[in-house]
Design a protein around this ligand. Structure first.
Ligand SMILES: [Zn+2]
Ligand SMILES: [Zn+2]
Length: 278
């Protein structure tokens, strides 16, 4: 059960979600959701296996319009986009979207594209081939990209801030407790908050079940920092299947409270961020 009765970071089968849009919506209705948003992956200008094609995006936008009408008495539906840094602004029909999550899933080094969150093997290739084995250089490049992504003016939500931890279990590539790592992450975070007070950071706990991550994104020290900076957060399941809409919420709420937060925010259909006590 989800005590906040809302989720924005949801994927259906227009991109890499497992189920059709309506099946996800019905699951949310069954869970008594007040609001459900979708965050389909923006079309990319290179081959990949997770983003929408431009044709799928057109179908997604039309399907959302139809679903909003069909389910208007059941829950608020929001049409969102998980906007990759690599999708040029001119590609995105912003007027049809209710919200935009700014995310980084790959880095470009010397003309080559490397995935950040695909597999341990591909992350190793990013560090070795892209940065000559210097993981901290990869870390710096990743956070530079996250800052660029978040500061795009159309972005509403900062997606999985420290996604590059996904395949760094047991600190296999870099030491997440070391000041050398933490300073890079913290500086990026502060830079974003200082320049865009209106942004909302997602606390993304979808990777915990799917990737076996020990803490949601962002990590605990970053959460505490966000709290000190009075930044706003929103809890997000990053759901790729119906069951994920109902799981992990109590733990996520506890995680936010432990970092010092007393409130989280949910986006309403009228574009207002509603403050909710936790
Ligand atoms: Zn993502
Ligand atoms: Zn996602």
């Amino acid at each position: 059960m989800n005590p906040l009765q809302a989720n924005l970071h949801t994927h259906a089968d227009f991109c890499d979600g497992q189920k059709p849009l309506e099946e996800m919506i019905r699951a949310a209705v069954d869970l008594d959701y007040l609001a459900l948003g979708f965050s389909s992956h923006s079309p990319l200008p290179f081959a990949n296996d997770y983003a929408m094609t431009p044709r799928a995006e057109a179908a997604y936008l039309d399907a959302m319009d139809a679903m909003k009408e069909k389910y208007r008495d059941d829950l608020e539906l929001l049409t969102g986009l998980e906007w990759d840094l690599d999708t040029p602004e001119g590609f995105v029909p912003f007027s049809r979207y209710d919200f935009i999550i700014g995310s980084v899933h790959q880095l470009h080094v010397k003309g080559k594209t490397y995935a950040v969150d695909e597999s341990r093997e591909s992350f190793a290739v990013l560090v070795e081939e892209g940065f000559g084995g210097d993981a901290l250089q990869a870390v710096q490049a990743y956070y530079d990209a996250v800052v660029r992504s978040a500061l795009r003016p159309q972005v509403d939500i900062v997606g999985h801030f420290d996604l590059l931890r996904k395949y760094n279990d047991r600190n296999g590539f870099f030491d997440e407790t070391a000041e050398s790592y933490r300073k890079i992450a913290r500086d990026a975070l502060i830079g974003i908050v200082n320049q865009r007070k209106d942004l909302v950071f997602e606390v993304n706990f979808g990777g915990m079940k799917r990737a076996g991550l020990l803490t949601p994104y962002p990590d605990r020290f970053l959460m505490e920092h966000l709290c000190r900076l009075n930044a706003r957060i929103t809890l997000q399941a990053d759901a790729h299947a119906p069951n994920a809409l109902g799981e992990g919420w109590d733990e996520a709420i506890r995680y936010a409270k432990e970092a010092g937060f007393r409130y989280v925010y949910r986006l309403r259909q009228d574009a207002i961020w509603e403050r909710m006590q936790i």
